[in-house]
Design a protein around this ligand. Sequence first.
Ligand code: ADP
Length: 483
Amino acid sequence: MKVLQVSAEIFPLLKTGGLADVAGALPAALMAAGCAVRVLLPGFAPILADLRDDTTLAELTAPWGDVVRVRQGVLTSLGVHAYVLDAPQLYQRAGTPYEDAQRQPHHDNHLRFALLGWVAAQLACGLDRHWQPAVLHSHDWHAGLTSAYLAFGPAKGRRVATVFTVHNLAYQGVFAPIHFYDLGLPAQAFAVNGLEFHGQLSFMKAGLYYSDHLTTVSPSYAQEIQTPEQGCGLDGLLRVRAHDLSGILNAVDEAVWNPAHDAAITAKFEAKKPAGKARCKAALQQALGLAVQADAPLFGVVSRLTEQKGLHLVLAALDALVARGGQLVVLGTGDAALEAAFTARAAARPEAVSVRIGYDEAYAHRIFSATDVTLVPSRFEPCGLTQMYGFKYGSLPLVHRVGGLADTVVDCALENLADGSANGFVFTEFTQQALERAMRRALALYARPTEWRSVRQRAMQQPLGWDQAAAQYAALYRQLVAS
Ligand code: ADP
């Protein structure tokens, strides 16, 4: 079955968060599950630079006049066939894929990402006469217009099944209504039963409304987004579409995240030979100027520093953690206020707290390898990958019971220790007190090294690879194509 994956990011070429990890891991996993996968990506510089053996498939003029060269070739780093939108006027910019150097959204984001959906629909309708997908699988708002363009495109396109995956409903791609007229969609699309959202136009809503099937990246999040609390204004539509909505839990790309083979970490280790982990910890403590103490429980945060991630609770609980002998290492970037607050805490307690503001893939690996606990206290979390990287690297996750965190982490309560299901620490109330109690549970278990090691070993040995999720996606594709 031919599947075209449509996304704005892909690891290792372009990543701002979990979306890229998933987009980078899925093609190989789906191919192992029997699908023939190609990807469609915007022509950001690192993506174009990675494309080899490429040819021009077509030169097209978008409905609003931009000319795009659709190139195809193989992504060297992934070995995957890719279609790439070569439109330097849209994609060669300073800043992130979405924001300029002043952290403001690019003024023409609606066009930059409409192009992704528009070309996806062209491919579904036979743009490449040698390869026509049976399934279009689009990810997040950036690819949200795919199914809308297909719905109003040539009739033959309608044989293509469409799947839209929500990685984070909070980022919706909402634009002023005036931009609707650029998109080349018929007027009827700008309606409640369409992509209109409180008078604006919403790429996320387009994906949710026009796609045959919707998935989210964990079963719990699929339920949560149907509630007003977590529906971001789209819960009504999601309830209407509940029969076409399912959650497929993300997984870990074990070719990238595996302490037995990881070139970025100080010493390699695995579940049954964990000695290298202590060396990773000592090396990191030393490098960061933390007190080099093997028995000081080392907590880690690798995260975007945004309100979603609940890190104000960590700031509130930090003194208590340090007073109990804990240490904290943070890697993140995002809100200026959070960056400043964490930086100040590191300056005040350099022997116990280390903070690096920035984005650093290799350093993230070192943190997972060295820490005892990975903190993920998110207010909401569609899936969360860092708690799973924590499992893989023997850094037990401490999480808020929400979304994919609730689906993956089992608290070290006595009954869960007794039946062997415990793999981390979970708090339910989203409060400082609840986080502190969970931290105390972590410290209490840490003080019992034999039990700690046994929970850690089980956590590291859990099956975390993509095969199960890929099988679920492949079954979904087959079902949609057959219907
Ligand atoms: P989200 O997609 O909401 O950011 P996830 O947990 O799903 O959260 O994925 C985050 C991904 O980004 C993980 O691979 C994590 O290691 C990585 N990451 C986040 N912040 C940083 C950073 N500052 N440096 C390196 N990697 C980071």
